[in-house]
Design a protein around this ligand. Structure first.
Ligand SMILES: [Zn+2]
Length: 467
């Protein structure tokens, strides 16, 4: 289990003194379900410098066992008194605490999380100064991930548009953190036309990001005559978009070409009591992909459309350098409990920087899912990449999934057709991997679906090109 990182800004509180001083960290476990946690180690960083680390090796009981425990914790806390080295060049600085902990119960499930509150005191020349930096963080070890992969929700609404009034940016970010996500993209409807609202929402995203240690990106769901489009990383461009619904999808995509933004057609087949939200302008070009999984509608038609685009029009569009129809999954949550229904795993090498998440979404190194993760390679090529092969060549698909995650079935889809549908054996589940032989029939694509019960992971394709 990885450590928790708590970042505490201390701009006004600490002026680095001439003399050495000490920092005390008191950690209080506020898990409501009486779960104790085992803290292995605490390390403290400031100004990007590791000041030191201390092994703890103790179980921290849940606060709910006794209120007195909390009293004791504060009076006789797990103080890690550390000497701060003199900081010559920092007049202001922020602390980062890495708390390496292990849950006592190893079988935590999807919704589980642990709350920790950290209180920091600085002792200078024998006098204790308590910093007003108490913070609750949420830990969730829920989702199983492969190394280098991070999970997130690229489609979440808040009260800035039509979500329920209590769905603030902060609460949605917290719900995502509890679901085990590493990132979330807030995509309110057309609200960012107003530069003031845009600035406010952006500030709230930044605050939530710091508070819960989860990357909170700000995108937008833009209305066009074709339907809804999720736009990411267009920055202040979006605030200039005269987003009246009279503009066509193509007009939006053309304008986005000039900014760094990427865009996905949202819920292309959604039609329900709230209206007809299906995508209507399929001849458009210049978009990044489709939301193949949406928390508010079924996915079958979206999957078929996705395959059809990549197969029927793939050849023709690849010639003119068109995009590859990256498939993503988003909850489209308009309330707190909507979070976690659909998600997207991206490979970033473990980074949660905004640019690395956007890059992975753009390149198709991503898996749309409602829980499990599965990844595969062909001749060393990864999701979203193209592998050059010979006609009739037999190649291995090397498929793997996270330790601790079981798969029941695997499907290999080539050019829109299922060519393998097999049950995963206990042995394969023990090695979390399988190799499947396929024969290349022509150019196109291959993708994998991995099922665990009624939950499925849909990888983005690896594209096949003939030599
Ligand atoms: Zn939406």
């Amino acid at each position: 289990m990885k450590g928790i990182k708590i970042t505490i800004d201390s701009p006004d509180i600490i002026r680095w003194p001439e003399t050495d001083f000490k920092v005390c960290v008191s950690i209080c476990n506020t898990a409501e379900d009486r779960r104790g946690i085992f803290i292995k180690e605490i390390s403290i960083q400031a100004g990007g410098v590791i000041l030191g680390s201390t092994a703890v090796g103790r179980k921290l009981p849940s606060i709910s066992e006794e209120y007195a425990v909390a009293q004791t914790l504060i009076e006789k806390p797990y103080y890690q008194k550390m000497k701060l080295w003199r900081f010559l060049n920092y007049s202001t600085c922020s602390f980062t605490f890495n708390i390496d902990l292990k849950a006592v119960k190893p079988d935590l499930c999807f919704e589980d999380s642990i709350n920790l509150a950290a209180i920091v005191s600085v002792i200078k020349e024998g006098k204790e100064e308590r910093l007003n930096v108490s913070r609750e963080v949420v830990y969730s070890q829920s989702l199983q991930k492969l190394p280098g992969w991070v999970a997130g929700d690229p489609h979440v609404h808040t009260r800035f548009s039509d979500a329920l009034p209590w769905c603030t940016v902060k609460r949605q970010a917290l719900a995502c953190k509890k679901a085990g996500f590493d990132w979330v993209i807030i995509t309110d409807h057309d609200d960012l036309l107003d530069p003031v609202a845009y600035a406010r929402e952006r500030l709230q995203c930044r605050a939530a990001e710091k508070m819960f240690d989860i990357a909170v990106l700000l995108g937008e769901e833009v209305t066009t005559t074709g339907g809804d489009v999720l736009v990411y990383d267009a920055g202040c461009y979006i605030s200039r978009w005269k987003g009246n619904s009279q503009k066509t999808g193509q007009e939006l995509f053309d304008e986005l070409r000039f900014s760094r933004g990427i865009c996905f057609i949202a819920h292309p087949f959604r039609r329900d009591i709230f209206g007809d939200h299906r995508w209507k302008e399929w001849q458009v070009t210049g978009y990044t992909g489709l939301e193949i999984l949406n928390g508010r509608c079924s996915e079958l038609k979206a999957l078929q459309a996705w395959d059809r685009l990549a197969w029927e029009r793939g050849e023709e569009w690849r010639k003119i350098g068109e995009q590859r129809w990256v498939g993503i999954g988003g909850s489209d949550a308009h309330h707190l409990s909507g979070i976690g229904r659909k998600l997207t795993f991206v490979f970033t090498g473990g980074s949660t920087s905004h640019s690395s998440i956007i890059k992975a979404l753009q390149s198709g190194y991503a898996v749309a899912s409602n829980g499990p993760l599965v990844d595969f390679t062909v001749k060393g090529k990864h999701l979203g990449e193209t592998v050059t092969l010979q006609q009739g060549e037999r190649v291995f698909l090397v498929i793997r999934w996270p330790m601790g995650q079981k798969l029941d079935r695997l499907r290999v889809v080539m050019n829109g057709r299922t060519i393998h549908d097999l049950e995963v054996t206990p042995f394969e589940n023990s090695t979390h991997s399988i190799k499947i032989h396929v024969t290349v029939q022509g150019p196109g694509f291959v993708r994998i679906e991995g099922m665990e019960g009624n939950r499925t992971a849909y990888t983005n394709p690896i594209f096949l090109e003939l030599r």
